[in-house]
Write a protein of this length. Structure first.
Length: 441
């Protein structure tokens, strides 16, 4: 009850602050989305309260009464996200299970509404960095918690995420932590205080341990891809290489035999029931996409659908892949739009890094853009084995990349204007002196 009272008191305080500074409401909504602090108090009042929706109403009201509003700036990546949403709404009209599809569609629409608020309210370096801090630390909380649990129990048990959330499962939490590690590395690069740097380094290590302790085979493959790309993008190549070698050599003797046995099933997937179930679901997604232009609609994975489209009708599974999830639910056009969005995210990060390169005051934009690409590698590699195509985090990181692009272009335009003004002053002075000399030689 004390924990419950603390959470509710803190929530009330931030509601008050949001009326003065609406972007604080966005930060609180991000914290509720990723950390779900009210879910840490079961059997209490806050557990079932719609805190996210309540904060959304407070933020929207505060924004309406705000005098100085940032102008909404369209970006083609956001336009593609809206097209993706519209196609999802269209596919819902022909969904195999309309009730399930409508429930998922409403979640997708809520994400897009949140993105509009982020673009309107959270422009500027300070607010962008604040969002990165909140997202990273909210998820890192479970990485630290899970990492300590893994060490204390000798990795005998799996690490799980917060209940009743997108990342409740061990596989989903592992993906979230893999995407969080590059964000923590960005914060580490930006930190000035040595104790903050050390704390972030320990946090990254515990998140790594937590990913290993999740027993997720998809996350294990994603960890290899993410670690390699992080090393390529980092300026700390030698320390990271040494740290990685020490971490692997130090972890191997302490991991139990059944951890290695589970990872070994990656090679012998034909004998693993879970892996064959995924292949059966992927085949069903392929078949329904070939049969229906709009796919089966959101959440079409049911015994009835599998009876028609799956090779093994009795083996019903979720997609367990972001790509096959979109293919099965939204058809080939939906998958094409989804891949365009992922490519646009990659290109935008590369563009931001290129624009900001060489400008000292924009060095943080370069670092974040590089880590954004590492995060995308984690999402795309691990997501190949997890069904999180409509999870908030990728789309909100895309939105932060859009905000970074807005900030970079604004800074460069201001810098160009200042340079032109400085150049024009002596020119006008020289012209005036010449005219005076002509009049009074």
């Amino acid at each position: 009850m004390l924990r419950d009272l603390f959470i509710l008191s803190l929530f009330a305080y931030f509601c008050y602050r949001t009326f003065k500074q609406p972007y604080i409401g966005v930060l609180v909504m991000l914290c509720i989305t990723y950390m779900s602090p009210h879910r840490l108090s079961p059997w209490t009042i806050s557990y079932s309260l719609p805190l996210f929706f309540m904060m959304f109403l407070v933020t929207a009201t505060a924004f309406l009464f705000q005098k100085d509003k940032d102008q909404f700036q369209w970006h083609r990546l956001h336009i593609w996200m809206l097209i993706f949403m519209v196609w999802g709404i269209f596919s819902t009209l022909f969904a195999l299970h309309p009730d399930w599809a409508i429930a998922e569609m409403s979640r997708v629409i809520k994400i897009q509404i949140g993105i509009v608020f982020m673009i309107l309210i959270c422009q500027g370096e300070h607010r962008i960095k604040a969002m990165i801090w909140v997202i990273a630390l909210s998820l890192a909380f479970y990485g630290v918690k899970g990492g300590i649990f893994t060490v204390l129990t000798g990795a005998q048990f799996r690490v799980w995420g917060p209940p009743d959330s997108f990342i409740e499962g061990n596989n989903e939490l592992a993906l979230a932590l893999l995407m969080t590690i590059p964000l923590l590395f960005f914060l580490f690069s930006e930190a000035k205080n040595k104790w903050v740097k050390r704390a972030l380094m320990v946090t990254m290590g515990l998140c790594f341990i937590s990913v290993v302790g999740s027993y997720s085979r998809g996350a294990f493959l994603g960890l290899i891809a993410t670690a390699g790309f992080l090393w390529l993008k980092s300026k700390y190549k030698a320390p990271l290489a040494v740290l990685g070698i020490v971490a692997v050599l130090g972890a191997v003797p302490f991991l139990p035999d059944h951890w290695f046995e589970r990872m070994e099933t990656i090679k012998t997937y034909e004998e693993d029931r879970s892996a064959m179930g995924r292949i059966n679901a992927w085949t069903a997604a392929y078949n329904v996409a070939n049969d229906r232009l709009t796919g089966g609609g959101y959440r079409f994975w049911s015994p009835l659908s599998f009876a028609v489209y799956a090779p093994s009708p009795e083996d019903v599974h979720d997609a367990h892949s972001i790509y096959f999830e979109v293919l099965g639910e939204l058809g080939w056009p939906g998958l094409a739009i989804y891949l365009i969005i992922l490519w646009g995210w990659w290109r935008l990060s590369a563009q931001n890094a290129k624009l900001a390169k060489g400008h000292v005051e924009l060095k943080w934009c370069v670092t974040f853009s590089q880590m954004s690409q590492v995060t995308q590698i984690a999402y795309m590699s691990t997501g190949a084995f997890l069904g999180l195509a409509y999870w908030n985090m990728p789309y909100e990181l895309m939105t932060i990349a859009i905000l970074v692009n807005i900030e970079v272009r604004r800074r460069l335009a201001d810098k160009k204007s200042a340079t032109e003004s400085e150049t024009d002053v002596p020119t006008r002075g020289a012209g005036t002196s010449a005219a005076l000399l002509q009049r009074h030689p």
